[in-house]
Each structure stands twice: as C-alpha cells, then as structure tokens.
Design a protein around this ligand. Sequence first.
Ligand SMILES: [Fe+2]
Ligand SMILES: [Fe+2]
Length: 275
Amino acid sequence: MTQQRQDSLVPTSLAQAAVTALSIANSIEKAEATRCFAKAWQSGEISEVGIAPIPKEPAREKKPVLVPPQEVPRRKVTQEVEGRVAMLHALTHIELHAINLCWDIIARFASTPMPKGFYDDWVSVADDEARHHLLLCERLDQLGSFYGALPAHAGLWKGAEVTEHNLKARLAVVPMVLEARGIDVTPGIIKKLKAVKDFESADRLQVIYDDEITHVAKGKRWFEYLCAQDNEDPIESWQNIILTLFKGRVKPPFNEEGRNKADFPIDFYGPIADL
Ligand SMILES: [Fe+2]
Ligand SMILES: [Fe+2]
C-alpha cells in the first residue's frame, strides 16, 4: 500500500473514525480498523474529536443470523466441542457489539463537551474490545468454526437504543449493567472450561475478564463525573436510571469481588437487585 493510500484511510477526526468503524460490515475488518484508529488517536495522528453523522445501526454482514435469545444454540461447556463453540460464538458476538458500542458512545455524544480523558478511555476500551473479538475469532478457527457459523442474539442493540439521547443513561446501562454482568458470569465459564481441560479458551477469557473490570471502572468514573456536574448523588442517580430504563435487569448472583475491583460497590446495585 502506498503512503498516499494509507494517509487517505486515516480519518481526520475521532468522530469520523467512529462512524467509519461503525460502517464496516465485516467483523474482522471492523476490529482491525478499530485497532488502527486507536493507534492513530493515541499517537496524536487524529487529534480532533469533531462531529460526524452516525448510522442508525452499525453495519453487519448477513451472518450470523440474528434470532431471539431462546433460539441461540445451547452453550453447554463440556468436552464436546459443539457446546464450547456455541459459548465462544456467543461471546464473540458480544465483543463485536462492544466495539460498536464504544464507537457509538464517541460519535453519538460528540457534541456533549467532555474532557480529553473521556475519549482516551473509550478509544482504549474500543481497542480492547477489538482485541477480544479477534482473540475469540482466532479460537473459533482453532476449534474448526468461525464467527457467523451459528445464529446469534438479536436484542443486543436495545441497550444502545433506549439510552441514545442521554450520555449519563448510556454509561449507567452499558458499562455499569451490561459489562458488569460479564464480570459476574465469566469466572464460572472459565472454571467450566478448565474442568474440561480447554485451557486455551480459559486463558483467553481470563484476559477478557481482567480487561472488562477496567471497562466497568472507566464507565463508573465518567458516570460519576456527569453526576458531579449535575450536583447529583451517583448512587441515587444510577438507581433511578436503572429502575426507569432497565427494570429487573440487575440480577444476582453478583461477583462482588470483581465488581469491587472495578470500584463498583454493592451500595449501587444491592438495594435494587432483583432478589
Ligand atoms: Fe470485551
Ligand atoms: Fe468491555
């Protein structure tokens, strides 16, 4: 590739990079572009946040076919490869969704003035999610499958839609409910994978788990930043948002140890848990 061609691929603003990534249908290409844009932001090659028109939904290929959650193939972690592939396929889908959510938060709320650290954090999370998606695609390949081979959960974009007009609500729901849920369930999956001696998959999920704790911590930090600006108590504000938008979606059992590592104490979710 010539230097000139390479230069033409680097977006002039972060919002434009976000919209470019959201508009790429192939998941591997989207993840690779994400990693490339993250480097460009981190090196200062992209320095403006800018504004760019956002697509209504992220581009995707025809596969995987999206189905209601009850129709997603059973994800039983056993010695049989099919169950493990189904589990890893579902997680690969979630990681792709996570890439889209990061770029969406950057582009959708680009007109809300936020400190540079906010963009640094979500670009770094996008880079992590892209790495996670690629790690899992590679593992599916090693197990004789690929992303798109199975049907996948259709409803993941709902969390983005219900919070599309409010950055504070987006932070309350995406990192502090959905990603925190990942912290709750991942250690159990890792344990099951180790029990059937799939250490390769377990190691990859451990990398993801450790990163996800930092994502919840970043989400909570920026949520608290916005609450401080509005003179609101963060616990009260978070509980109000969740009860209004996400009734019944904060479910035990909680991985309190992992959540504490993300500086997300039970004072937030304990009182409104669907016990
Ligand atoms: Fe992830
Ligand atoms: Fe994440």
